[in-house]
Design a protein around this ligand. Structure first.
Ligand SMILES: [Zn+2]
Length: 345
């Protein structure tokens, strides 16, 4: 049995590698928030009660794990979390209400695709945004926790589900490729999409292979896609194999710059999206695109290359991106804790 569990977990982790901050990045966001949450005993007690004693670190990857519960992309997988029966029942109801072949597909809740050309903010246009994107879903979860949505609701988001989703989505919205996207025309050239010609989004870089300048040569990042480089590879480069608990203990006491958000709780996700957009622009503008192949029949990019531009005197992409990831993960952890504290204090 143990062997089966280990194999299933490994499959989950392999599956996860192309989505979101990898498991370690999300766990670290949760672990930092767990430490910060201790500063308010009432809020911490409420979160612990809703999670049946589990920590934010433990639940931060569940929103990815349950992507394997739908059968739209192949064989359905194990539908059990390492949690109480109550929590498992709530998550099965959530997946059933937000199935991958339904209008509200929970696989889409992790990102938005704001075009990175120009200086558009989230609200300045509609291309790449929807009422089931990460900005709307973070706001929805906050409303559930603040008793501003009915219980039960059509999306089957209980307070427990809302905390678990927030613990994950806060990590995602601090990953630049989850918010900004490059768009290509039918010839595979980067362009500015319009309502008349929306072109093809790079899906957060999931279809492009990244080539970086390393040791004087341009190298493919171990066949890594541009997106998974940001999700997983940078994390390993930045932290090595140091245990999450040690990294979190070192990071949590360091207050991130300009992390505080103000205003209506409904506007917080939009503020976070607008804040990361300039970084998403830089994550793309430091690269040159080539050999981008489009399949107009399936309305999709098949493959392409994103290669680091060599600019003398400029910090390398690898060093720059590691610094960004460290800052953003700490900010995500502090903000997750602050949102939950404001709701439950
Ligand atoms: Zn995600």
């Amino acid at each position: 049995m143990k062997k089966i569990v280990v194999i299933l977990w490994s499959i989950c982790l392999l599956q996860l590698s192309v989505f979101c901050y990898g498991p370690k990045g999300h766990s670290l966001v949760g672990a930092i928030a767990d430490i910060k949450l201790r500063e308010n005993k009432k809020a911490m007690a409420k979160v612990t009660e809703l999670l049946d004693g589990l920590t934010l670190e433990k639940v931060a990857n569940w929103a990815d794990i349950i992507k394997g519960w739908d059968d739209c992309g192949g064989e359905p997988r194990q539908t059990k979390l390492w949690a109480s029966e109550r929590i498992n029942l709530e998550f099965r109801a959530f997946v059933a209400a937000n199935k991958c072949d339904s209008e509200f597909d929970h696989h889409q809740y992790h990102y938005t695709d704001v075009p990175i050309t120009g200086k558009e903010k989230y609200k300045d246009g509609k291309i790449g945004r929807s009422d089931k994107d990460i900005v709307h879903m973070i706001a929805y979860c906050i409303r559930v926790l603040g008793n501003k949505e009915p219980q039960p609701n059509p999306r089957a988001i209980t307070k427990t589900v809302a905390i678990v989703l927030l613990a994950h989505y806060l990590g995602d919205i601090h990953q630049p490729l989850h918010v900004g996207a490059e768009y290509f025309d039918a010839k595979g050239e980067p362009f500015t999409p319009s309502y008349g010609n929306k072109g093809f989004a790079d899906q957060g870089g999931n279809k492009l292979t990244l080539y970086l300048f390393v040791d004087g040569k341009t190298k493919a990042m171990s066949q890594e896609k541009f997106h998974s480089y940001w999700d997983s590879k940078i994390f390993t480069a930045a932290y090595g194999e140091t245990p999450i608990s040690e990294i979190a203990a070192a990071m949590a006491p360091v207050e991130p710059k300009q992390w505080k958000l103000t205003g209506n709780p409904d506007s917080l996700a939009e503020q976070m999206a607008n804040e990361i957009l300039p970084i998403a622009r830089e994550a793309h503008s430091r690269l040159a695109y080539s050999k981008v192949e489009i399949d107009e029949k399936s309305n999709d990019i098949i493959k392409g290359r994103a290669t680091e531009k060599q600019v003398s005197g400029q910090e390398s992409y690898a060093i720059w991106s590691q610094r960004i990831v460290k800052d953003e993960i700490n900010k995500a952890g502090w903000r997750l804790s602050a949102i939950l504290t404001a709701l439950f204090k």
